[in-house]
Write a protein that binds this ligand. Structure first.
Ligand code: SRM
Ligand code: SF4
Length: 552
């Protein structure tokens, strides 16, 4: 057997005293950044070291230090926030970050541009409002995503599931609290043991859980390491389908990496849920590749072993065996939950679109100020969606017109006036913050939308819905691998164009053309769009059409 050489990160975790490492002492020094070891451990605390990539080259040439800052990601199970929490996050964006709140594709919030000196004040703000950034990143169970509109009154169990799972799979370590909130405790030198689920070296990599609706797929449940879909067993009654082995990241540097959709593992009853998920996580902890972080995700175990052998591994870690999966209905197209919706408890929700999830006030509209005013004046809550938008929830019918008026005063465009492309598009942050970006995404999304809309309108197809997702590299953070049109950064000036996924999220898009220049993308799409116009059935979606006829 060849010797397995573990990655450096495995060594950092093992010697970190439950994720403390040198972070505390480096926080106190004057440097604007941290050592490589601390940078890796900081991820577990939801903190990414970044530098402004717009000025990286000129600073390097001038032999000046890079412009370091930090991205902080806040864990928000199911995306649910009280108005007090929203106001605290809104304030932090202005006082400690770059003035924006970045709603993510996993119902979390990111702050960008935070300086080293702001890390502890920011953690204190979160702590005071019962929030944390711990576990938002790192090799642990990540923020649990969930369909935001599991009906309040009909399904309190589903509503509570993200929080319940977040608690069930949270690491024991108090390192975040100790390092960032109450530094004095660090002096005691005593550390709580980590729970067996994680051990001293935690998981091989991140682990993502998502709870879908039973009818539609707004969270992309098949892109999760473990997806949960509410269902009814013909004999046993209500429970959940569990699907495993999804993940969309790929790496050009490792051709053994690929996007993959989750497959059915089993059906579980509600009181079996944590136990079975724990067995899956333990299987991953034991069998995941700790010698190559690019191939360390659970999807590669499922793929390498095959689903049946993976099921046997999970069953061996359960004392009760694993029930066979039952047949599954196809989930419907993702509902973006935007606009006004009445729930069965007679409250209303208003879904407010946020392009690329970047909430900031600008010259033409001030959506951030509008949401702040709504949080201050009305008895409402907030729920972030996995499609980078925000819902105002728990609205009394009598407040509807006043809330519409606040949004109008701040020039927030009503959802009825948005094109389908604007409504459905997602883009990852990419440049200038993301260290892995090969090229632009969020900053050039409006331009790309404009180009494709012109193309659609020239073909007389502006009213046909089309789903667009764009990323600055193949890690796939805006999930382009399951989109109808996925634009994936390849080099500084080119993108790979994927087509044929769709809003049901159950089909991978296929590579249509490699290394296309930004401005050439609409032209490359043109023949496909034209065929769609000429050969599709009535309301056939672009992705369904291409899956039927092929994109060659
Ligand atoms: Fe992601 C890494 C942003 C959802 C796959 N992702 C990153 C980093 C932290 C870059 C880095 O490692 O230095 C990005 C931070 C950029 C910045 O400046 O803010 C980043 N990912 C995001 C967000 C903010 C994109 C967004 O537009 O909202 C999403 C935050 C989610 C959250 O709240 O937790 C985000 N990332 C995703 C998703 C989608 C999902 O989970 O539904 C994926 C694809 C699904 C999957 O995991 O396979 C995804 N991100 C990755 C990967 C590839 C992992 C792999 O399997 O190889 C990386 C690279 C890595 O981890 O080293 C990555
Ligand atoms: Fe960065 Fe790539 Fe993720 Fe975009 S897809 S945020 S460029 S890691």
């Amino acid at each position: 057997m060849p010797e397995i050489i573990l990655t450096d990160v495995e060594g950092f975790k093992a010697q970190s005293r439950q994720l403390r490492g040198p972070i505390g002492s480096e926080l106190a020094n004057d440097a604007p950044n941290f050592s490589g070891e601390s940078e890796q451990l900081l991820k577990f605390h939801g903190i990414y070291s970044q530098d402004d990539r717009d000025v990286r080259r000129e600073r390097t040439l001038a032999k000046e230090p890079l412009d370091y800052s930090f991205m902080i990601r806040v864990v928000i199970p199911g995306g649910r926030l009280s108005p007090q929490q929203w106001l605290a996050l809104d304030g932090v964006a202005d006082t400690l970050a770059d003035g924006s709140l970045r709603l993510t594709t996993r119902q979390a919030i990111q702050f960008h541009g935070v300086r080293k000196g702001g890390l502890r004040p920011l953690a204190s703000e979160l702590h005071q409002r019962l929030m944390t950034s711990f576990g938002a990143c790192g090799d642990v169970v990540r923020n649990v995503v969930s369909c935001p509109l599991h009906d309040h009154s009909v399904s309190p169990i589903l509503r509570q599931l993200p929080e319940r799972l977040a608690l069930a799979f949270r690491p024991n370590t108090k390192a975040w609290w100790e390092v960032f909130v109450d530094g004095d405790l660090a002096a005691s030198g005593e550390y709580e043991p980590e729970r067996d689920l994680y051990g001293e070296t935690y998981l091989p990599r991140k682990f993502k859980i998502g709870v879908a609706s039973s009818t539609e797929n707004c969270i992309d449940v098949y892109a999760q390491d473990l997806g949960i879909i509410p269902a009814i067993h013909p004999e046993l009654g209500p429970g959940y389908h569990l699907v495993v082995g999804g993940g969309l990241g790929r790496s050009y540097a490792n051709l053994d990496t690929f996007a993959r959709l989750a497959e059915p593992l089993t059906f579980v009853l509600d009181d079996e849920l944590e136990r079975v998920i724990q067995a899956v996580v333990v299987t991953y902890r034991d069998l995941g590749d700790r010698s190559d972080r690019r191939r360390a995700r659970m999807k590669y175990i499922v793929s390498d072993l095959g689903l049946e052998q993976f099921r046997r591994e999970v069953a061996a870690r359960l004392d009760s065996g694993l029930r066979d999966p039952i047949s599954m209905e196809r989930l419907g197209e993702a509902d973006d939950h935007l606009g006004w919706n009445e729930l069965s408890d007679a409250t209303w929700t208003l879904g407010v679109p946020v392009l690329s999830g970047r909430l900031r006030d600008g010259a033409t509209a001030s959506p951030k100020a509008a949401l702040k005013s709504i949080a201050e004046r009305f008895d409402v809550s907030f729920t972030l969606t996995a499609l980078q938008d925000i819902l105002i929830t728990g609205i009394d019918a009598s407040d509807r017109s006043a809330i519409d008026a606040v949004l109008a005063e701040h020039h927030v465009i009503p959802v009825s006036e948005l094109s389908s492309l604007v409504r459905s598009s997602l883009a990852c942050p990419a440049l200038p913050t993301c260290s892995q970006a090969l090229t632009e995404s969020e900053r050039r999304l409006p331009e790309m939308i404009g180009l494709i809309e012109t193309e659609l309108s020239d073909l007389g197809m502006q009213s046909r819905p089309l789903q667009l997702r764009m990323t600055g590299c193949p890690n796939g953070c805006a999930r382009p691998a399951v989109a109808e049109v996925g634009i994936v950064g390849r080099t500084k000036t080119t993108y790979d164009l994927y087509v044929g996924g769709g809003p049901n999220g159950d089909r991978l898009a296929t590579l249509h053309q490699e290394k296309v220049k930004f401005e050439d993308i609409p032209g490359v799409l043109h023949p496909l769009l034209k065929r769609w116009r000429e050969e599709s059935h009535d309301d056939e979606r672009f992705g369904e059409f291409l899956a039927r006829v092929g994109s060659a």
